[in-house]
Design a binder for this molecule. Sequence first.
Ligand SMILES: Nc1ncnc2c1ncn2[C@@H]1O[C@H](COP(=O)(O)OP(=O)(O)OP(=O)(O)O)[C@@H](O)[C@H]1O
Ligand SMILES: [Mg+2]
Length: 313
Amino acid sequence: MSIVQADSLVKKYGGIAAVDGVSFSIEKGQIFGLLGPNGAGKTTTISILSTFLEPTGGEAAVDGLSVRRQAGKVREIIGFVPQEIALYPTLTALQNLKFYGKMYGLGGALLDERCRDVLELVELWERRHDNIEKFSGGMKRRINLGAGLLHGPRFLLLDEPTVGVDPQSREHIFDTIFKIRDNGATILYTSHYMEEVELLCDHIAIMDRGKVIASGTLKELLKMLGEGGVIELEVAPPGCPAGLKEKIQGQQEVTATRSEDNKLFVSSSNSARSLPPVLKVLEQSGCQISSLELYAPSLEKLFIQLTGKELRE
Ligand SMILES: Nc1ncnc2c1ncn2[C@@H]1O[C@H](COP(=O)(O)OP(=O)(O)OP(=O)(O)O)[C@@H](O)[C@H]1O
Ligand SMILES: [Mg+2]
């Protein structure tokens, strides 16, 4: 059953469409990833869903509630963790959380209890009386995340929650996200790190220039690249002898061959099986191999294939 439905969302700034006809649905209990490079429209999309930004066109609903007409009710059931850390540096971790809790309408013993739960969840209970300015970047991120959890939201929107954190803090954040999901919440996670969405997300939508350009489970997306992988070879002398690509193309399981300077890329539906005959062809053609790399299909490769550019700038 879906908890979020976005239909043809558009957000224009002057003549530019930051979001240009985005549609998707999120199933209850899913971790849904929105992956895309800088400026793809992730923050704009997530801001529309969390009612902080009015769309120019289209409609979205959270648990059946319209983000346009029932914004107040939507806000009661969602938690929004913004891309920019929004904490008061001269207040303690606990004071910051109490401030946010009050904004969500919590008070008294319930607020104290929720602050404790959240601080334990992000594993910073021991540091609750320290000022935020004394926290590391990763710790601030964890408190920022905690602030969005105080009222026990059913739908949590996280906008790049791991930017600028070390691997250990990232692990902490991932653990927290899995715990929240296991407690029954649905999560929308935006990132420009493909390894993160590969690891975390049940469903991934890839965005570029305001549009969703591919969507599916990781397995479904990788299938778009073929089952196999890519053999990348650096050969000397640079450039391919005439007819080499065609010869490689004819080998077992090879699906495509491309050359660039002294590099040769061989796509295969089974790279382990293709490798020996490909090496043999190169040897027979008098090519020296200076490096060889085998890689499995990845979201990065898919993104390059779909857009002709790299995900990371
Ligand atoms: N308030 C605004 N006024 C004008 N243009 C905007 C505004 N907000 C966003 N944009 C433009 O909309 C596009 C999408 O921006 P958005 O912040 O949604 O991207 P993003 O995918 O979140 O990028 P990042 O990974 O850098 O956070 C960009 O071209 C941006 O310049
Ligand atoms: Mg953003």
